[in-house]
Design a protein around this ligand. Sequence first.
Ligand SMILES: C[S@@+](CC[C@H](N)C(=O)[O-])C[C@H]1O[C@@H](n2cnc3c(N)ncnc32)[C@H](O)[C@@H]1O
Length: 336
Amino acid sequence: MADPARILLPFDDELVTIPEGGEVLYIRPPAFLPQGFADFPHIVCEQGFKPFSDRLTLENLTVVPEASGEFPMVLLALTRSRAENMANFARACRMVSTGGQVVVSGDKTDGIDSMLKAVKKVYEVDGVLSKSHGKVFWLTPNAAAPEAWEAAVQPKQNAFGYLTAPGMFSPEKIDVGSEMLTAYFDKSIKGAVADIGSGWGYLAKNVLEKCERLTSLDLFEAEYAALEASKVNITDERAAFHWADVTAMDKPAEPYHTVICNPPFHQGRTADPAIGVSFIAAAARIMKPSGQFLMVANRQLPYESAMEMYFKSWEILEQDRAFKIIRARRPLKRQA
Ligand SMILES: C[S@@+](CC[C@H](N)C(=O)[O-])C[C@H]1O[C@@H](n2cnc3c(N)ncnc32)[C@H](O)[C@@H]1O
């Protein structure tokens, strides 16, 4: 959400009042709440993305990955997944107390206009304001939202037998780059292994199936729902699951022999190679000096200088028009 203060507009203009007492639920808030939220009695943040959740927790806010219960008011910020937004709206209507209001804010690029259109077919909307290439609207729901809105994000088995849901990385088909990386899952992989940014578990499941000498696999994923799906997709006892921000990982007591990764390269809608660079730095921090880091990336992403910075030795094992596979060894000590 480009403008985190937009959701406060109807409160600033005295069109909506903060409920007296009770908790206000805020679904998918941004990492930083603007100053105006200081006037709210108690906010419960539902945030399944660990870096944002950690940031909000630092502000002493109550943060949960999945909220339940009833709230006198529910606020909702849109993400870039339309299906997730409609489902969150339906949940907001389900969790708000009778007579309570739901306030929704989103950018045009996140589909606020089409959502408002769909909502108006079912509910009477109390008000709408526009600001910063987006809108905020509010309503007092008097009935449940159409069942299909929540049903659309229920995890389902995809055509390849994996449990996934809209909003996760490549939910319907196996990512071509990830598939390309699995060709390098061979007997060089042994001992303790980490999959950083593990999504719903495609790389993890493959490395477990192909590498008998692997003794343990730690999956690290920031999106709570994707991590939960991976727990269903992977039943191998060598696997352990961590809801974690990879970019904030410290050097572990027992570093990993191999780290595997298809790094994220988006923050919201914007391509941001800096996230991939943070993943490369994290891999160097958490692996053994004698270990290896195996990564796939979109070919045009400029990760070579990061490899130089964090590893003494690295090579491109393969590249085609879309992807490159990189193996790095000997993490540089200054990164430890
Ligand atoms: C390109 S996807 C790869 C998913 C999976 N490994 C695969 O190959 O299908 C990158 C994953 O990193 C996750 N991610 C993004 N930022 C993260 C962070 N700071 N810490 C941990 N995971 C993160 C995303 O949610 C996404 O699931």
